[in-house]
Ligand binder design. Sequence first.
Ligand SMILES: O=P(O)(O)OC[C@H]1O[C@H](OP(=O)(O)OP(=O)(O)O)[C@H](O)[C@@H]1O
Ligand SMILES: O=c1cc[nH]c(=O)[nH]1
Ligand SMILES: [Mg+2]
Length: 217
Amino acid sequence: MFKHPDFRNLYVVDHPLIQHKLSHMRNKETSTKSFRALLNEISLLMGYEITHDLPLTSKEIETPITTIVDAPVLEGRKIAVVPILRAGQGMSDGLLELMPSARVGHVGLYRDEETKKPVEYLVKLPEVEGRTFIVCDPMLATGHSAAYACDVLNKAGVKDEDIRMLVLVGAPEGMKLFGETHPDVKVYVASLDSHLNEKAYIVPGLGDAGDRLFGTK
Ligand SMILES: O=P(O)(O)OC[C@H]1O[C@H](OP(=O)(O)OP(=O)(O)O)[C@H](O)[C@@H]1O
Ligand SMILES: O=c1cc[nH]c(=O)[nH]1
Ligand SMILES: [Mg+2]
């Protein structure tokens, strides 16, 4: 993983396994079944990387041999995973395999085809006090959906410092906007792609992540 030189708080998770799987996801011949499995696998791998600095607490445990008074454990209840529906759910499943005790919030948004702005249809969050929030969405294109989801968390009382954004493919245009609106949210991407096309799709990208994940087009 490396810090991107052009954007404050952008990290590129460039592990070869992730890059290999992402290339398969980009391929338009990849089936819905494989696309879903690959997104799940990448989310596990990225999840491992982006949680490297989560705080540990300790508890006493008995091994078959002796007692460890301060065995390190994660406070799973202190973590909330928040998929931006629909496509974000393809990433949250993998994250929850890693952190089964994490709480789950949902932010449902779709991008209006004309305005390219997100339209909200669902917000349901766990108690925010003392939690680290991992917001996930495979695509950060114009950045409006990611920024909107973080606005929702801010309004619920979550500070930007307590949010991290897990993204598969980002665009520079969206990263610029997101960095201006939520400069203290760390964003982790598998790839920062070239640019947006006239329909605000990421180039080269992988198409519509939600449709490819759920087989809706
Ligand atoms: O950065 P932006 O320009 O806001 O675009 C990115 C958003 O668009 C896609 O969702 P979409 O609106 O297609 O909804 P879906 O997940 O239901 O397919 C994607 O999953 C992001 O949420
Ligand atoms: O390239 C893009 C842009 C927005 N949403 C997607 O699913 N893909
Ligand atoms: Mg979509």
